[in-house]
Design a protein around this ligand. Structure first.
Ligand code: G3P
Length: 217
């Protein structure tokens, strides 16, 4: 499972990259607004932190303008992936940009039929938002399972990029159903390492070691 960081926080991305936990980064207009940074500057800086795809989302709503924005974003760095909303215009832009060899991430996916369209339009990634489905008492993981089944039935190469990940259980559940990628905020990724019994066990090891009076170095 690839780990993408859902953030424009350069320090947080760097910290996780230093551990080896960053296979890519996703952003969206809200994340960019929250960063308070110039969009193209921060995307360029993020692209220098990881060789993996960095999703930068268009803001146009008409296909021709989406394509123009996507081509412009693509020039920022070799690993820019153009993010497009799952609308008919977004799908048309996805088809064109994908044919040009531009990596594409079709986002704001909330149904299996939407994901089927994105795959038919050559999307590199599909981003189903599981947290936002859970927010309205629908089953986000069921959507991932359905997309996995459909993509495997027909050999679609589009990668399932589980998004809107809110907690560690989302990560585990996405891994169990076979999502190719998950993208999560830095705090969720870091909390994957936490367990009370690990902390308790390590404290006991170190206490017993201290009692030996020995050192390793
Ligand atoms: O990548 C999509 C993600 O940023 C959306 O997350 O928590 O706003 O649903 P959330």
């Amino acid at each position: 499972m690839k780990f993408f960081v859902d953030s424009a926080d350069l320090e947080a991305i760097s910290e996780l990259a230093d551990i080896g936990l960053v296979d890519g980064v996703t952003t969206n207009p809200s994340i960019i607004a929250k960063s308070g940074r110039n969009f193209k500057d921060v995307i360029k800086e993020i692209c220098a932190l990881t060789p993996g795809h960095v999703s930068a989302e268009v803001v146009a709503t008409q296909a021709e303008q989406m394509i123009e924005e996507g081509r412009h974003l693509r020039k920022i760095a070799e690993n820019v992936c153009v993010k497009l909303p799952l609308t008919l215009d977004g799908l048309k832009a996805c088809s064109t940009l994908s044919r040009e060899g531009t990596p594409t991430n079709v986002t704001l996916c909330f149904s299996a039929n939407q994901a089927l369209l994105a795959a038919k339009c050559g999307a590199s990634y599909i981003s189903p938002f599981i947290g936002r489905l859970d927010d309205i008492a629908l089953d986000g993981l069921e959507l991932i399972e359905d997309i996995r089944t459909i993509y495997d039935n027909y050999g679609f190469e589009t990668e399932i990029l589980a998004a809107s990940i809110r907690n560690v259980n989302h990560v585990k559940d996405c891994a169990l159903v076979g999502a190719d990628v998950m993208t999560a905020p830095p705090a969720v990724i870091k909390s994957l390492a936490s367990h009370v019994l690990t902390d308790k066990g390590l404290a006991a090891f170190l206490k017993d070691w201290e009692n030996t009076g020995q050192t390793i170095l």
